[in-house]
Ligand binder design. Sequence first.
Ligand code: HSE
Length: 434
Amino acid sequence: MGKAHDASLRLGIAGLGTVGAGVVKIIQEHAEILAKRCGRAIEITAVSARDVSKDRGVDVSGYDWVDDPVALAERDDVDVVVELIGGSEGAAKDLVEKALAGGKSVVTANKALLAHHGYALAKLAEDHGISLAYEAAVAGGIPIIKAMREGFAGNDVFAVYGILNGTCNYMLTAMRETGRDFDVILKEAQEAGYAEADPTFDIDGIDAGHKLALLAAIAFGTRPDFESLQIEGIRKITAEDIAHAEELGYRIKLLGIAKRLNAQVMQVLEPCLVPLDNPIAGVEDVFNAVYVDCDSADTAMLTGRGAGEGPTASAVMADVVDLARGAKIPTFGIPADDLAVPEWMDVNDTVSAYYLRLQVLDKPGVLADISAILRDRGVSIEAVIQRCRDPHKPVPLVITTHQVRHGDIQAVCAAFCKLECVVDEPCLMRIEAL
Ligand code: HSE
């Protein structure tokens, strides 16, 4: 930046949606304390958004308005670009690349951009001796990037587990509390503004997958690799599954799991059963949580609000304050050139206990046929629940297994599908002991 430390840090903000407006608000309302904490003032010099006339609940008339956000990268009166446009391509990527290449540090909330291009962008930042900061990209108000890169820096991390999508967690909680099914709860969540009109990114696990890819990179010193991530969302879960899980002593959570297993790294994002007595089971509604398992600190869980104006703007400001103080931490915790390209574990080779729900005809011999398939493939049953409600209708048959290879339990499910007595696709979920 080539500026004296006591000069103000001048921001150019691209994107004045909920988060952008929240950042402006914090800078305006907390100017004095921010200046004390940073040893210099934080100043906004220019902003850019789609609609100049929109009422955002904050006064932006004192800042230069720029129509093309990418132009912020070239302004002499901008030290740091704050990118809040979103999306892995297009204007957000152009702006971040141009800012970094021009020697301006970047603060972003853009998980998609970093999950897809994190390594290249980290390298670009490093080559120019500047920072690419993204606390707001993962779990909103929870300072998890700081915790992972700094707080746990003295540890060997074994595993990271995360509830990383508030919409899904809210829906699973509502399904459990009301006993209503996915479609009904989704409609209600959309009407209440908790779920987007197009909820795909959230409910199909893509948003949480982006965040998990970033946490895995920091945990294991690897290049973020969204493409290698096995992702499944929450569409298949029924209120009945949630009730069965509770009866068995578990809660269903959309869980991001990144684990180092010998020389390989496992990276999956899928609905899992977690033990009711693990603190992560108690993280409900829109809350996010990240549970870290490491050598010296042992286990730790951070929880808080993962989205919304205040929490996400708070995370953006954490990065702005870091930059104002002159902190410079490698994007993924180690120099970009040292980030490994790991051997990702094939999900079929992962081993776990499983929850399996079948819809079966309620007639003699069904349980025998099903247990024969499990026996023939060496899968050990841990528990079975079957309750007849109507002898003329299919009934749910719930089985939990002992540890089994994912590929083997998939083969079991394929064999179940061929049975005449199995009337629907089996629902299979990992039981994650943590
Ligand atoms: N839509 C996300 C959620 C927040 O529901 O948690 C932004 O990543």
